[in-house]
Write a protein that binds this ligand. Structure first.
Ligand SMILES: Cc1ncc(COP(=O)(O)O)c(C=O)c1O
Length: 415
């Protein structure tokens, strides 16, 4: 008989296979010091473009004070238990009500984590008679939620509304046999390309087909729309989103998440989402701190304005310098270059060690073979000077890449 662990040792998986070369540098890097555009990496200060701290709230003094005052008052443990049993509080309910008015949905349920929340919401909302139509590039939490779905699912080509309609036709037909309903699932902002889900066009399909729309707006909440209420607000179709999800992991710079919907759906989720019924409620500092963050988002538009000032400068500057930044219409800024994985590692190493710029590097299989994506996340606390330094550094490494300076057989050695 085999030892269960044998196969793990021999096959570390698509990311784990690079662990010996990359660990601590390309994977699991440690960014130290206060969260912000300047952080230390291996003891040296870097200009950092790799955090989803869009609005710069992570270590805003008022946010840190709210978090630490709540920790002093309540500790990290309170409340103990799941919301349903012993873990509810007025603060949890206040945050839900504040979020509901902010996103203009009648009701909201707070979630202790986003990933588990989406998995569990999909599991709770759908039964085996229901059919799902979903975007091919949906986030892992959506894909993993669909693994629990016992009914049929049809995937449509990424952001292709025509194909979405084709799959809706198939799904609608199938429900005539199963007796179930149809749910379309997509994202508000796709976190790699920065493109927006075509929410308005999908909502328009409701005139022809009967379905509910679930949107994961992790990157859109706080960054998109006039008030920051997200991609539905941006596209003028918030009402057409039946289940609106976002996480606190990005604009809110915290932990936790929420779903907004009509009261009966939220009531159903409160009593049927396994990730909430069988897991501890969000700790009080995170809840009180999130109330503060939301109040700042609502009353201090300057954070979003600063973000977009940096987004326009960075994306405009990169385009003017001849870089391909794909089809982003959001703060997510991919820089697409051509090269091999070893070239990507040597270029990133150069960028980090000699230009002191830290950003994420994305290679095959996330992007096609031969493409290198350097992914920049601008925030409200970057400066125009940061943008200028970065564009100059990018010009320099791109010209080295084009002239073959990084052409090597092996990955950059980072020990
Ligand atoms: C699109 C998307 N959905 C869901 C999640 C999961 O959220 P959380 O980090 O709160 O688990 C993330 C990552 O944070 C995300 O990018």
């Amino acid at each position: 008989m085999k030892d269960i662990f044998d196969k793990l040792y021999n096959k570390m998986g698509p990311l784990g296979m690079h662990a010996d070369d990359a660990h601590g540098y390309f994977t699991f890097p440690k960014l130290e010091g206060q969260i912000g555009p300047r952080m230390n990496f291996r003891g040296v200060e870097k200009l950092n473009w790799s955090l989803n701290n869009y609005l710069g709230l992570a270590n805003h003094p008022d946010v840190m004070k709210a978090d630490s005052d709540a920790a002093t008052q309540f500790g990290m443990a309170y409340p103990m238990g799941a919301r349903m049993m012993s873990g509810n509080s007025n603060y949890h309910e206040q945050l839900e009500s504040d979020l509901a008015s902010f996103i203009e949905k009648p009701d909201v349920i707070l979630l202790n984590f986003g990933y588990q929340g989406v998995v569990s919401a999909i599991d709770a909302l759908l039964d085996r008679h229901d059919v799902v139509v979903y975007d091919a590039e949906a986030h892992a939490c959506i894909i993993d939620g669909l693994r629990l779905h016992l009914g049929k699912r049809f995937v449509y080509k990424h952001n292709n509304v025509e194909d979405c309609e084709k799959q809706l036709v198939r799904a609608t037909k199938l429900t005539e046999e199963t007796g179930g309903g149809v749910m379309v699932i997509t994202e508000g902002v796709f976190g790699m390309s920065g493109s927006q889900g075509k929410l308005k066009e999908i909502v328009a399909l409701k005139e022809k087909y009967n379905f509910r729309l679930f949107v994961d707006d992790a990157h859109g909440f706080g960054t998109m729309g006039k008030t920051g209420a997200g991609t539905g607000e941006e596209q003028g179709c918030q009402d057409g989103i039946d289940v609106y999800f976002s996480t606190f992991a990005k604009s809110m710079a915290g932990i936790g998440a929420f779903i907004g919907s009509e009261p009966n759906v939220i009531k159903f989720l409160r009593y049927n989402m396994r990730s909430q019924i069988y897991a501890k409620a969000l700790p009080m500092p995170m809840v009180v701190g999130s109330i503060k963050r939301l109040e700042m988002m609502r009353t201090q538009p300057e954070h979003k304005e600063n973000l977009w000032k940096i987004v326009h400068a960075l994306q405009g500057g990169l385009k003017d310098a001849g870089f391909n930044i794909g089809i982003t219409t959001t703060p997510v800024t991919p820089v697409l270059l051509n090269g091999t994985i070893p070239e990507a590692t040597h270029m990133t190493y150069d960028l980090r060690e000699n230009y002191n710029i830290f950003c994420s590097i994305v290679v095959y299989p996330v992007v096609p073979k031969g493409v290198i994506m350097l992914r920049l996340i601008p925030t409200a606390v970057h400066t125009l000077e940061d943008v200028e330094i970065t564009i100059n550094a990018f010009k320099s490494v791109k010209s080295k890449l084009d002239s073959g300076d990084y052409r090597k057989e092996t990955l950059a050695s980072v020990s």
